[in-house]
Design a protein around this ligand. Structure first.
Ligand code: NDP
Ligand code: OXD
Length: 310
């Protein structure tokens, strides 16, 4: 009998996935009836993105797994009606996109590109940037995305430190773990990349105290989540010169309200949550492979740890 897979996400995502998912299911040898309208009691798996139409998972009595289209699961992880296993999104397209976005912004700040892009006034400024090995970059969060970014930045020659909850070992990256490790990772960093999930433990990871650990005139690059940064502390650090520039892709409120001080700040770059996009083609293959695992009695890949919140 065919597996009933419910696609529970907004219309735009359905347009992206309605052709890719059937191909991926067929390639995985799965017989699937993919629909946006299955009756809850008949659903075997849910492909999910946050959507007001689905907040109560109680009626999904036979559902074996929920597969998030998003990497960040903070809006669903605390939903007490969701008792089924929840897998978050990890896929090669998303990772590649994040590596490109992070590397681009790190290089922009490292090379001081803004100096020439914004100052075409006849000034012959021959300031030479240091080479990458003389530039200390810290990546907070060494998961699927953070580890790939840290590795790519290290491969360019930067002096890279990284921080995670459990100890990691990544070629070319000095890895720190746990609460005490954060200070060591951030100490004197000149560029900080945030790729932590949004949890109770990571809220305001960058605050007045941790910003003070950085080298004077540091750069912040945040494609993680808005609540990772204490916004008032960042604005104060920008004003004092402790932080030279912040490139921010994610915010506590999205879209970022038009009157938010970040929009007008001369040393803040706002990008509209576009650092990395889940790519339907590679994501569909990951979803199909995970359902296949579950059908074979194996745990899904990239399971969310509800206790940890990510
Ligand atoms: P992962 O879950 O793979 O990695 C999270 C990392 O953060 C892990 O290394 C984890 O440690 C670490 N971490 C979590 N909590 C703590 C803590 N309290 N102290 C120290 N380290 C901690 O997530 P991804 O790499 O896939 O994604 C990271 C985030 O990126 C997502 O949660 C999402 O918010 C954001 N994102 C943003 C996008 C955008 O376009 N802007 C696109 C996609 C994702 P450990 O390894 O020990 O578990
Ligand atoms: C995600 C994101 O979590 O796009 O996937 O931010």
């Amino acid at each position: 009998m065919a597996l009933n897979v419910l696609f529970a996400a907004h219309d735009g995502l359905w347009a992206d996935y309605k052709d890719h998912l059937p191909v991926a299911f067929a390639n995985a040898g799965l017989d699937v009836d993919l629909s946006r309208d299955h009756a809850p009691a008949d659903v075997d798996y849910i492909v999910f993105a946050p959507h007001p139409a689905l907040t109560d998972f109680t009626p999904f009595t036979r559902t074996k797994g929920v597969l998030s289209l998003w990497a960040g699961v903070e809006t669903i992880v605390t939903n007490e009606t969701l008792t089924q296993p929840l897998a978050r999104m990890v896929n090669p397209g998303l990772t590649q996109g994040m590596v490109e976005w992070v590397t681009g912004h790190v290089l922009r700040h490292h090379l001081g590109m803004d100096r020439h892009i914004h100052t075409q006034d006849g000034t012959w400024d021959q300031t030479v940037p240091p080479l990458a090995p003389e530039r200390k970059v810290c990546v907070l969060g060494l998961g699927a995305l953070g580890a790939a970014c840290a590795e790519a930045i290290a491969a360019l020659g930067f002096d890279v430190s990284g921080w995670s909850r459990s100890q990691k070992s990544i070629a070319g990256v000095t890895c720190f773990a746990g609460d005490a490790g954060m200070t060591d990772a951030l100490k004197d960093a000149e560029i900080v990349v945030l790729l932590l999930p949004n949890t109770a433990d990571t809220e305001n990871a960058l605050n007045a105290e941790t910003l003070a650990l950085l080298a004077k005139g540091a750069f912040i690059v945040n494609p993680g989540r808005g609540p990772l940064i204490d916004d008032d502390a960042l604005l104060a650090a920008l004003d004092s010169g402790q932080v030279a520039h912040a490139t921010l892709d994610v915010f506590r409120v999205e879209p970022l309200p038009a009157d938010h001080p970040y929009w007008a700040h001369p040393r803040v770059t706002v990008t509209p949550h576009i650092a990395a996009e889940t790519r339907p083609e590679t994501a569909a293959a990951v979803i199909a492979a995970n359902i296949k695992r579950c059908e074979a009695g194996e745990p899904m890949h990239n399971l969310v740890d509800r206790g940890a919140g990510y």
